[in-house]
Design a protein around this ligand. Structure first.
Ligand SMILES: Nc1nc2c(c(=O)[nH]1)N[C@H]1C(S)=C(S)[C@@H](COP(=O)(O)OP(=O)(O)OC[C@H]3O[C@@H](n4cnc5c(N)ncnc54)[C@H](O)[C@@H]3O)O[C@H]1N2
Ligand code: MOO
Ligand SMILES: [Mg+2]
Length: 618
């Protein structure tokens, strides 16, 4: 039986713009239709052998039955999927790509140009598909008849002892039936007060920091192109000077400053990228462009504006003599070797986050790879019997579409973190336990939403405790939104797993993901967990909740010498996600007291900068 499938789209362009991926979704549709029971994971990676290999290995190690890749099988230099696949498989299954090729050749001779590979690593079957949706659709038709059988055979081939062992393992890791120890039959016995102590925010933050510091820092080398947003793992020093030669800062004439004003014979012309071979003597100059190297002998550049042409060739193609009108100083308009970056200077420090400028610096200094601190694998799961996929065309009675999964995935991405989709779990103890058990092998941090409050179907906490032996570090926090926020750890297959079980209300999930999950991920890469804070003035009166509240607001900037002014994004109730749309900040509003039930317009409050600060529509 096919229980878990990973679909990897390999494409630089789809990696940059996920919406361009058409072949991954085609494979997804096929798999979900053919194996509706299967847990399907989809990711998009660039055409980087190291990354493809890493992801293949990761999914193989996570007991995925079948990995389908699409893209990167052609002849272009960036097409490396077959190489990455060959690097990790132990046995090739050559007839699968042969069968696909034979069939595809009936449609197009271009099929000859696919180098797709199929093979097995441990218990995982990997099949490369070409990158186009059409080719994928054709090829999947060819292989679909053998997939199920191939996977059964792969499993049955194992020795008996290993089979038993693996079966136990599979039942443990990917149980397709897992019985929960949580009994929900006696609803009348449920607690009427939450058994989880209410933690103050500051303590909850400290707990997250302390627990996440236990995550073992891991270092990985990634290509410079893929390093955007990554945290640098070690200091990187300039091994080459910038510029590597004395370079002109202006378009003009390289001269000897001692010659002062007066006429010069134009001995040579040096454009950027050309090497001057003729040394200059007194009374001579070389026409140079900005960025061009200076000829030997020259010690300054006179910009063209400070010169006059005195003689040119008859055809006007060559300047023969010019007059320098303003006496130059030594070194004028010359960047000496190492002016911008001397050899040995620090390009990026350990702990820096790679941004556009750092990428430019590293590229300019000849670094193609960057050692980075990796962050934990994050999985996002929604829970709730009422939830349907957002793509479902028909909404069943009393159902709603799942907002949280896609939102949290995007929210983490906004903050530089990828995550995998762990689907929707039903509010049944065994279904929840099973979904969690399927997700945990694929993740280090599991972020669930829903099912953490006081309802008889709020089962996350009891399932985590009773079925996974989890330790709850907190199960309630004095905050709005997010009161039932839960943070737990458990040991699973010899590894510590971190679980954030966030409230299901979309705003609560959004705010708590920012405040707890993003924080946790930063701590794991040894960065300060806290968002930057600034003081802002309230644009209007705000009535306070008894709990400290994280209100979503936009900023506007009256003048440079005044604090920014914050306007709340409408009704702040936890279900109204419009209050988070376009929010730049989370205002930290204090809990109401009898003496101060509201804050007046103009009062200054702290604000976490959690979104982009753009000029607002106000
Ligand atoms: N008796 C009490 N009831 C509630 C309390 C309480 O203290 N005592 N706390 C309230 C607070 S505060 C919150 S927040 C919510 C948290 O609820 P749960 O985490 O248990 O989440 P659910 O009950 O599953 O769902 C709550 C709400 O959110 C909707 N939802 C859930 N998941 C999604 C999703 N993926 N996409 C869109 N909407 C989602 C769900 O349909 C419910 O409307 O509990 C209060 N109750
Ligand atoms: O704490 Mo809940 O998240 O208000 O709505
Ligand atoms: Mg609930």
């Amino acid at each position: 039986m096919v229980k878990a499938v990973a679909i990897i789209t390999v494409s630089d362009s789809c990696f940059k713009d996920n919406s361009r991926d058409k072949s991954g979704p085609a494979l997804f549709d096929f798999i979900t239709e053919k194996f509706p029971e299967a847990n399907v994971h989809t990711i998009i990676v660039p055409d980087e052998k190291e990354i493809i290999e890493r992801e293949l290995k990761y999914f193989c190690d996570s007991n995925i039955d079948l990995i389908l890749t699409t893209g990167g099988t052609g002849l272009s230099p960036r097409d490396v999927t077959p190489e990455a696949t060959k690097a990790i498989i132990q046995r090739e299954v050559p007839a699968i790509p042969i069968a696909m090729t034979i069939e595809s050749l009936k449609k197009t001779p271009m099929a000859m140009l696919s180098r797709a590979v199929a093979g097995i690593k441990d218990r995982t079957l990997i099949i490369n598909f070409p990158g186009s949706k059409k080719a994928v659709t054709e090829c999947i038709e060819v292989v679909k008849v053998v997939i199920s059988h191939a996977i059964s055979v792969i499993n049955n081939e194992l020795g008996e002892v290993k089979t038993v062992h693996d079966k136990l393992q599979i039942d443990h890791i990917c149980p397709h039936k897992r019985n929960s120890h949580v009994d929900i039959s006696k609803v009348a016995l449920r607690p009427r007060e939450s058994p989880y102590p209410m933690m103050e925010m500051v303590d909850a933050f400290n707990v997250v920091d302390a627990v996440m510091l236990k995550w073992n820092e891991k270092i990985e080398v990634v290509s410079l192109e893929n390093s955007m947003g990554c945290v640098v793992a070690q200091d990187i020093i300039a091994k080459e000077p910038m510029p590597p030669f004395p370079a002109s800062v202006k378009d003009g004439y390289a001269c000897l400053s001692l010659d002062g004003v007066g006429t010069r014979t134009v001995r040579a012309a040096v454009a950027a990228g050309e090497t001057p071979y003729t040394p200059l003597g007194h009374g001579e100059c070389a026409r140079v462009n900005t960025g061009a190297p200076l000829p030997l002998g020259a010690d300054c550049v006179v910009q063209v504006e400070d010169t006059k042409l005195t003689q040119a060739s008859d055809d006007h193609k060559t300047e023969l003599e010019i007059e320098v009108l303003v006496a130059p100083q030594p070194h004028q308009d010359v960047r000496p070797i190492g002016f911008d970056i001397p050899v040995g200077s620090m390009l990026v420090n350990k702990g820096d986050v790679i941004g556009a400028a750092q990428m430019g610096i590293l590229a300019g200094a000849g670094y193609q790879n960057v050692p980075i601190i990796t962050y934990p694998k994050v999985g996002i799961m929604s829970t709730g019997n009422e939830l349907q996929e957002p793509s479902d065309s028909i909404l069943r009675p009393s159902h709603i579409r799942d907002s949280n999964r896609i939102m949290l995935k995007a929210l983490l991405k906004e903050h530089g973190y990828e995550s995998i989709d762990c689907g929707i779990a039903r509010d049944e103890p065994s279904a929840l336990a099973e979904a969690i058990a399927r997700a945990l092998p694929l993740t280090d941090i599991l972020v669930c939403t829903g099912g953490v409050s006081m309802g008889d179907r709020d089962l996350l906490k009891p399932v985590l405790i009773n079925d996974f032996g989890a330790t709850l570090h907190f199960g309630r926090v004095r905050m709005k939104p997010g009161k039932p926020s839960t943070f737990a750890t458990c040991e699973f297959q010899g590894k510590t797993k971190f679980i954030f079980a966030l409230p299901g209300n979309p705003v609560s999930a959004y705010v708590c993901c920012l405040l707890f999950v993003v924080r946790a991920l930063r701590v794991c890469t040894r960065r300060p967990g806290e968002f930057a804070r600034l003081g802002v003035r309230l644009a209007h009166d705000v009535s306070l909740d008894p709990r400290p509240e994280y209100a979503r607001a936009v900023l506007h900037f009256p003048s440079v010498d005044q604090l920014p002014v914050a306007t709340l994004l409408g009704n702040q109730c936890s279900s109204r996600l419009l209050s988070a749309c376009g929010a730049s900040v989370l205002l930290e509003l204090p809990g109401a007291s009898e003496r101060a039930p509201r804050l007046a317009a103009g009062v200054t409050v702290p604000a976490y900068v959690t979104g982009r600060i753009d000029l607002t529509r106000l």
